[in-house]
Design a binder for this molecule. Structure first.
Ligand code: ADP
Length: 324
């Protein structure tokens, strides 16, 4: 909606409300005028000296009718006014929601284009260099491994996209058995592979070493998105802490970073599809706004809970609890 259309819509809404109030007042006054006129006619037609019983009855009837109509006008005016106001509010609310969706969609298109183009460009550049130049085997190995990393990143983005399209309706948790120790080891080795220079600390707190049945494939996705965010939104020299354990019959995963943190006013919205804090035109960090949406949906399908706290002294602490 353009600006002048918005102003026109607002003026029309105000006009409708004012017109309704005006017509109600007018109807009120007309009712009163009719009542007074009828009363006068009654007084003129009845004998001034003898007040018969039928005149008193007619007068009472007139007053009753007047009162009834007064309440009817008041009630109906209020009902229509409230209905119109609710209607206008619903229209404006859906307009604001639509604006948010348009903004998110635009942000998403900008970020997804960037996310798809960047690895492709890097891979193309690497292949062109290998093709055109005489390179040493070490150089070729370096370029190939960076291309593999870019391909992995592309695969991850596409996987997230595919999963987010079906996670709200078609995602079915698939329980499987794994020991917490094994899960921790596999996550730690993945982290070491992806971010060899980052200080990522694992705490594994399970008294029982028996295998645990849970949707581990889903929890892998949850973990991957949380750790990626912790790495992305905190500086390179800051450590990231991860703890995995069993607390009162629940799997508890906590990912804490020492980054910039998340403002309380953004805490509910960051779990929305495509939502990213800030403006896509000025942002240079990677992302599509799908990560936390996937986290929320997978946790929800597993009947679990997510809590987001401030980490001390700075940063965020995401705490996931999944009942066994
Ligand atoms: P993105 O692909 O942008 O990372 P996410 O859905 O994973 O999308 O996160 C949504 C937004 O929440 C991010 O754009 C970021 O602004 C904010 N966010 C998520 N995790 C963190 C974190 N650990 N620290 C600070 N901000 C975060």
């Amino acid at each position: 909606m353009k600006r002048h259309t918005r102003i026109l819509a607002l003026i029309t809404a105000i006009y409708i409300v004012l017109a309704l109030i005006w017509w109600s007042i007018l109807l009120f006054q007309k009712n009163e005028a009719i009542f007074e006129a009828n009363l006068k006619i009654l007084e003129l037609t009845s004998s001034p000296t003898v007040q018969t019983g039928s005149t008193g009855l007619a007068r009472e009837q007139l007053i009753n009718t007047y009162e009834r109509q007064r309440w009817m006008v008041l009630g109906e005016s209020l009902f229509i006014l409230v209905s119109v106001m609710i209607g206008i509010w619903l229209i404006f609310r859906s307009y604001i929601r639509e604006q948010h969706i348009i903004k998110h969609r635009r942000n998403f298109l900008l970020s997804i284009t960037h996310e798809l183009k960047t690895p492709l460009t890097a891979m193309r550049l690497a292949f062109e260099t290998i093709q055109k130049r005489q390179l040493s085997p070490e150089q070729i190995a370096g370029l190939t491994s960076s291309s593999i990393q870019e391909a992995d990143r592309l695969t991850e983005t596409v996987n997230n996209l595919l999963l987010s399209a079906r996670v709200d309706r078609k995602y079915v948790p698939r329980p499987e058995e794994r020991t917490l120790e094994h899960v921790c080891e596999s996550w730690a080795s993945k982290c070491h592979h992806h971010w060899p220079n980052r200080d990522i600390r694992f705490t594994f707190s399970a008294t029982d070493i028996a295998p645990v049945t849970a949707d581990w494939a889903g929890l892998d996705i949850v973990f991957r998105n949380l750790i990626e965010n912790a790495i992305k939104y905190s500086s390179a020299e800051k450590p990231v802490d991860i703890s995995l354990g069993l607390v009162q019959n629940e799997i508890e995963l906590v990912v804490s970073d020492l980054g910039s943190g998340i403002h309380p006013s953004e805490r509910n919205r960051i779990f929305d599809m495509f939502y990213r804090i800030g403006n896509e035109d000025t942002r240079d960090g990677q992302g599509t706004g799908l990560g936390l949406y996937l986290v929320r949906e997978i946790v929800r399908q597993n009947k679990g809970k997510i809590q987001l706290h401030n980490n001390l002294p700075t940063g965020s602490r995401f705490c996931i609890q999944i009942p066994l």
